[in-house]
Design a binder for this molecule. Structure first.
Ligand code: 6GU
Length: 244
């Protein structure tokens, strides 16, 4: 998977993929992140990428030409593939909220272009004439799309084969299955008066599975994120349990 980020702040991505699972994926050639500086595609010697908005109002707007030219430069550098198969994401708080379904859809693309918005926003023609998706990472406003782009890169990369070790089955993760994760414990058994539940040390795998699934995942989801239950993969006995 090749991610191509188009941004006014390339330095925001320095080191972003140099550690842990993503760092290893980059090192192994499973993932690459290239960063294109929008300012290189501006016309004047000041590198002006923004301008006042027509109709007046506070806040600057990112101009269309530098972003179109930067994205077209990225597209021309790619190996020949169906151009309409390449997702061009516009990161903005007005976008569709990122979720697992969208991440699954993106994870099959060989190349993804990610445009980071800034200032009051981007010229509308970037939205209507360039981007294939407009994506937000939640209902709050960030100073720019860079952190949101890194969220997309991280979340999509987990679904690329071999990026995450097979011990962690990403398709059986919490959220992928639609429920919150059960509690995890490691040694020591007792820490500062807080003990590991007896059942996890019982060696009874059926009991452990029941405790994790029903008593913990399902109960936790019901308590903290009941909205998730509408789309969760539930067994018949889970449904009966919830209806009680
Ligand atoms: Cl993608 N960009 C900005 N600036 N703010 C956000 C966002 C994106 N997603 C949530 N808030």
């Amino acid at each position: 998977m090749r991610f191509h980020v188009v941004t006014l702040f390339p330095e925001a991505f320095e080191g972003a993929t140099s550690y842990s699972i993503l760092g290893r994926a980059v090192h192994r050639g499973l993932v690459s992140v290239t960063v294109t500086d929008i300012r290189k595609f501006t016309f004047d010697r000041h590198g002006t990428a923004d301008d006042y908005q027509f109709g007046g109002g506070p806040g600057m707007v990112m101009k269309p030409e530098p972003i179109f030219r930067a994205v077209e430069d990225v597209l021309e550098s790619l190996p020949p593939e169906e151009p309409d198969l390449i997702p061009i994401l516009l990161m903005s708080p007005q976008g569709e909220q990122l979720n697992q379904r969208l991440i699954d859809e993106l994870a099959v693309a060989p190349d993804i272009v990610i445009v980071c918005g800034h200032y009051a926003g981007v010229d509308e023609r970037i939205r209507t004439g360039l981007a294939t998706h407009e994506i937000s990472i939640g209902d709050y406003v960030l100073t720019g799309g860079e952190l949101a782009a890194m969220v997309v890169i991280d979340a999509v990369s987990r679904f690329i084969p071999d990026v995450v070790g097979s011990a962690e089955n990403v398709h059986e993760d919490s959220i992928t299955s639609g429920l919150l994760q059960h509690p995890l414990y490691t040694r020591p058994v007792e820490f500062r008066g807080m003990t590991t539940p007896e059942v996890l040390r019982s060696g009874n795998h059926a009991e452990i599975a029941r405790w994790r699934g029903r008593q913990q995942s399902l109960e936790r989801t019901l308590r903290l994120r009941p909205d998730l239950l509408r789309f969760a993969e539930l067994s018949n006995s889970d449904r009966i349990y919830l209806e009680q």
